[in-house]
Design a binder for this molecule. Structure first.
Ligand SMILES: *Cc1c(COP(=O)(O)O)cnc(C)c1O
Length: 390
């Protein structure tokens, strides 16, 4: 028996590996502080659970859902885009499709638009699926390095003309995982112009649009006039509403983008359980104070980690969004060496920056998904081990 060649090109999923390492140590009795995986540890808000309880008892939710999502869910998504971002006039029938969480929709978008030999323009460091989905589709990933000196925005002028001409998709993700960086409206405008010039479908993975702090409200790419001519945007309920296990989100924007994705999906999956779609509609009507109570938990943890690391000499600023702090490793270490040191000396599990792409070398990522006490303990363990940024 052999795996298909396409599978041999795909590395094990980053977090599958990290979880394996962590579980192994836990099995040996080590008290591991797991700061690795961006999976919210808090429960889904009660009003969403209440709606789910009722929806699941209603037999009309039990049969196959429509492939593209229920009419009510797509309408709720379009209304939320207008309420939240001021993006009006989205057609729920042609410009919105439900997803089984963004990961699925991201992968399937590559299958819809990328052929053998086509380039995809993807961020480095970046969410690993952009790269693996390119390989599954037979395309060539062209990485756009995100550098600290450019505020972790890609430099579009560094993309060679012949690559841009052969590129089918350009992926961005702001607020950014793993760097915590934000995009400006001006940068979004540049991206829309660039993708129009080269006929590229611009894909914005906006998984962290609601995970923002200090009053900051991340924008939608669809706020840019004319963006819908070239752009689709991926939204997910996973992070904002502590719903990672529910598997629901939506994709919105350019009708041809939505049509291509829907055509792949209707041949691959059979939609999202209707009771979950009903619950997601309730999530989108969560009131602001409830949402803030979800967010403030992460904001507090961010402050514990950032202040703690600053007290140990780290030159970092508090990120204004996402569940992550992107931290440089002290000089004299590679990312992998430093991450192994944290595991061996402190029992702290974090992913090395280069796990997100070569340009992530020199960093590691901290996820804000464990309790305040454990965050304090992580900092204490660093102190006790004499680990500082130097
Ligand atoms: C978490 C995450 C996703 C996937 O979210 P799901 O909707 O749970 O599949 C997509 N993109 C980025 C950048 C993420 O961090």
């Amino acid at each position: 028996m052999h795996f298909a060649k396409r599978l041999e090109k795909i590395p094990p999923y980053l977090f599958a590996e990290i979880n394996r390492k962590g579980n192994e140590l836990v099995a040996q009795g080590v008290d591991i502080i797991n700061l690795a995986v961006g999976d919210p540890d808090r429960p889904t808000p009660a009003h969403i659970l209440q709606v789910m309880h009722e929806a699941i008892d209603n037999p009309s939710t039990h049969n196959y859902p429509p492939y593209q999502g229920t009419q009510a869910f797509r309408e709720a998504a379009a209304k939320w885009m207008e309420r939240r971002f001021g993006v009006a006039g989205l057609n729920p029938n042609t410009e919105v499709v439900s997803s089984i969480g963004s990961k699925e929709a991201i992968h399937n978008t590559f299958l819809a638009f990328v052929e053998a030999g086509d380039y995809t323009l993807i961020p480095d460091p970046g969410y690993p699926v952009y790269r693996t989905a390119t390989l599954f589709a037979g395309g060539e990933p062209y990485t756009m390095p995100l550098k600290a000196e450019n505020q972790f925005l890609p430099d579009l002028t560094a993309i060679p003309e012949e690559v841009a001409r052969q590129a089918k998709l350009l992926w961005i993700n702001y607020p950014n995982n793993p760097t915590g960086a934000l995009a400006t409206i001006e940068f979004f405008e540049e991206l829309v112009a660039f993708c129009k010039q080269y006929g590229i479908l611009l894909c914005h993975d906006n998984a962290y649009s609601e995970m923002a702090y200090d009053g900051y409200k991340p924008p939608s790419i669809l706020q840019i006039p004319g963006a819908k001519d070239v752009a689709i945007e991926f939204h997910s309920l996973s992070k904002s509403y502590n719903m990672t296990g529910w598997r629901i989100g939506f994709v919105v924007g350019n009708a041809m983008g939505i049509k291509g994705l829907t055509q792949v999906k209707s041949n691959v999956d059979s939609g999202v359980f209707k009771a979950i779609q009903v619950s997601a509609i309730a999530a989108y009507s969560t009131d602001e104070s409830e949402l803030q109570s979800v967010i403030s938990v992460y904001q507090n943890r961010r402050d514990i980690i950032v202040k703690g690391l600053q007290s140990l000499g780290w030159p970092i600023q508090a990120p204004k969004a996402t569940l992550y702090v992107w931290v440089p490793v002290p000089s004299g270490y590679t990312s992998t060496e430093f991450v192994n040191l944290l595991l061996d000396k402190c029992g702290i599990l974090v992913p090395p920056g280069n796990g997100y792409g070569a340009a992530g070398e020199g960093f590691f990522r901290i996820a804000l998904t464990i309790s305040d006490e454990r965050m304090h303990e992580a900092i204490q363990r660093l102190k006790d081990a004499g680990i500082r940024y130097e």
